[in-house]
Design a protein. Structure first.
Length: 672
């Protein structure tokens, strides 16, 4: 077996868990493995309408009852038991629409849906506007034997990414898997899954399925990937596969923030994930670049190898820009915002270590201790500064430049205390990664965890050696800032080049978007409800503080609505191609999603069949259900960010959560 992809691999797949705890990462797939390559699936690469599932193989879905949901899914997605019961009127209403979609598809495609469990509704008491399909890890009494590993030690469980072909150690002590039935049906499903995998053999990986007496085992071939977590193991007692759980999870905040028709649009999108089983879908069917245009074809786009270079640059550029958008800019700044905390930490520490510090260091330290400075710079650079904050920042940068100019940059092994004795490059990097100033960075555990994660990503972008010519720390900060600014300029240029070439990036989220319009029409709901859903999410996101990124060329919600109202033409009547936004995110920007689905409706000429709108509740009745959602949830915002936007609070919670435990990266812990 081959060692897993190195640190340069991009985590592109929708089927895996991401883990930072104790340094173990589950399954990553390189960008080039999914982009610009023709699928081995032949004509199946193009799906037209009326194709609700990838296949009828039963291993794709898992039936999870209420008890199993609480035992295996709730801990995985970290919701405990904070959800509404099945007989709650709100749950019942969401279930009504799920049943409408399900009945429609089973009537039209009885053979394809024969082995697919009927999905159930789960209303989670969270105020965010979100919904998702979750996986359920299922453990099979099938051994995994790593024949080229010289070890007799057996792990309890090994996870096999059946979509991409990689093997990982499963953290059985932390995440429990649902036991599979140990009957012939279950064995037949495993056999069918392995046969299906071997037919396409991604990257040449093939799996043998064999018997050793009564014991069934699989053995990966030499071309298959195994993570470093398996180096000391020769195999495992059980095999873990991810299945798509039969639950549509809806946050209560989605109900409070949308009309019923818009919520039905979200349900259609999530059911696209469910029936297409994106949790364990083939990696070669998604995450490829293609040529987009003014019009779309009624069939799935083709990967275009010639777009791979510009696509890879846009992907990398998006990752950089998305991470840097967290650190808010200041007009005419000399210090990069991500270095604000390190510069302040070093400068204020000078007088603590040396009573004979310079006047500028004393002035800066005194200013930083004032209530005014603490108040207006609270959470900067994660939050933008107001007018008073901008004035104080300019004064801070002037004083910090003077103060830090007195601290020489010294070679390794010399005094790196950060006072006038000097500072080494490694000591500077430690300050960038883990500053202790200002005070708010240590006031809240989640803030600290999230900030450390984001700042380490900045430090990792810096070279191993100090920039030449930086004789003192002030010059060092300016030099590093210039380097970071230049990188961001190049990243924005790469994103602009992708936009100029009309680069598309096909993801499972885009597929679910497009499917939703088809299914809405089939149950008699105007398919443009899907478009309205994304317009609404865009407006909500901006209201929560998540502004459209100019660097990612994202279209603001107000402008998007105006373009939609004018058939995607600007005030001069010229067609406006909407930018995808963040290429590294399988969720394209909300305006692009509205734009793409609107064109998809035209390409397929979708028309609503019948009048399903008559089954929508009256505004008054829907308001009653919204009241249930409102009364059931409270704002889950950190105390430290209670005075700022809720979007930042959620970003901090999410980053802290992902840094400390497993979390699913599938549809959805963000709708935008």
């Amino acid at each position: 077996m081959q060692a897993a992809a190195n640190g340069n691999a991009k985590s592109m797949t929708r089927t895996f868990f991401a883990r930072n705890l104790v340094g173990v990462m589950l399954a990553t797939v390189a960008l080039t493995g999914a982009c610009g390559k023709d699928s081995s699936n032949g004509s199946r690469l193009f799906h037209d309408a009326n194709d609700p599932t990838h296949s009828t193989l039963g291993y794709q879905w898992g039936f999870v009852n209420d008890d199993a949901y609480s035992r295996y899914i709730a801990p995985l997605i970290q919701i405990r038991d904070n959800f509404l019961p099945a007989d709650n009127p709100l749950t019942s209403r969401v279930q009504y629409w799920i049943d409408r979609f399900d009945a429609n598809l089973r009537e039209r495609h009885p053979d394809q849906l024969e082995g697919v469990p009927k999905p159930k509704a789960r209303i989670i008491l969270n105020p965010s506007m979100n919904a998702f399909i979750a996986p359920v890890p299922v453990c099979h009494d099938v051994e995994v034997r790593l024949r080229d590993h010289d070890s007799d030690e057996q792990a309890e469980q090994i996870f096999f990414d059946i979509g991409g072909g990689a093997f990982e150690l499963w953290p059985s002590d932390e995440i429990k898997c649902m036991p599979a039935d140990n009957d012939q049906v279950a064995r037949d499903e495993i056999a069918a899954a392995i046969r299906d995998f071997n037919e396409r053999a991604p990257k040449g990986c093939k799996i043998s399925l064999e018997k050793d007496g009564k014991r069934l085992f699989i053995a990966p071939g030499k071309a298959c990937e195994a993570s470093e977590s398996l180096i000391s193991f020769g195999g495992s007692k059980q095999l873990v596969l991810l299945r798509t759980a039969n639950w549509v999870n809806v946050y209560a905040g989605l109900i409070t923030g949308m009309s019923e028709r818009e919520v039905v649009g979200v349900i259609a999108h999530e059911l696209g994930h469910y029936y297409r089983s994106h949790v364990n879908a083939r990696g070669d069917l998604y995450n490829f670049f293609y040529k987009a245009g003014q019009d779309v074809s009624p069939s799935r786009p083709k990967p275009v190898a010639a777009m791979e270079e510009v696509g890879s640059a846009a992907y990398s550029g998006s990752a950089l820009v998305a991470s840097m958008d967290r650190f808010k800019r200041v007009p005419r700044q000399k210090f990069h915002s991500a270095l604000f905390m390190a510069a302040g930490d070093i400068a204020t520490g000078v007088c603590e270590k040396n009573s004979d510090c310079s006047k500028s260091c004393r002035q800066l330290t005194k200013m930083a201790e004032t209530d005014e400075f603490k108040q207006v710079t609270l959470l900067f650079p994660l939050r933008e500064l107001n007018a008073d904050g901008l004035k104080l920042y300019a004064e801070f940068e002037t004083l910090a430049s003077q103060c830090l100019a007195d601290i020489p940059v010294v070679s390794p092994g010399m005094d790196d205390s950060g006072d006038k004795g000097g500072m080494t490059w490694s000591a500077f990097l430690r300050k960038v990664s883990n500053p202790g100033w200002p005070g708010w960075v240590t006031d809240d555990v989640d803030v600290r965890i999230a900030l450390t994660k984001w700042l380490r990503a900045i430090a990792n972008r810096l070279p191993e050696r100090a920039p030449k010519g930086a004789k003192n720390v002030a010059a060092l900060v300016r030099s590093v800032s210039t380097s970071l600014f230049d990188e961001e300029i190049d990243a924005v240029k790469a994103i602009q080049a992708a936009y100029d070439q009309r680069l598309g990036f096909y993801t499972d989220e885009q597929e679910a978007d497009e499917i939703s319009a088809e299914w809405l029409a089939q149950i008699g709901i105007e398919p443009k409800a899907a478009v309205e859903t994304y317009l609404r999410i865009g407006t909500w996101a901006e209201g929560e503080g998540k502004k459209a990124s100019a660097s990612l060329l994202e279209t603001p919600a107000g402008m998007c609505q105006e373009l939609f109202d004018h058939d995607w033409r600007d005030k001069d009547g010229k067609f406006h191609f909407v930018a995808i936004g963040d290429y590294q995110d399988s969720h394209h920007h909300t305006c692009y999603r509205a734009f793409n689905v609107d064109r998809e409706i035209r390409a397929h000429r979708y028309k609503k069949e019948g009048d399903g709108a008559r089954d929508l509740l009256s505004a008054a009745k829907w308001r009653e259900l919204q009241k249930i959602a409102e009364d059931s949830t409270g704002l889950e915002v950190l105390d430290a960010v209670s005075k700022t936007d809720r979007s930042l609070g959620r970003d901090i919670h999410r980053a802290a959560s992902q840094a400390s435990r497993f979390t699913h990266t599938g549809c959805v812990f963000s709708p935008f």
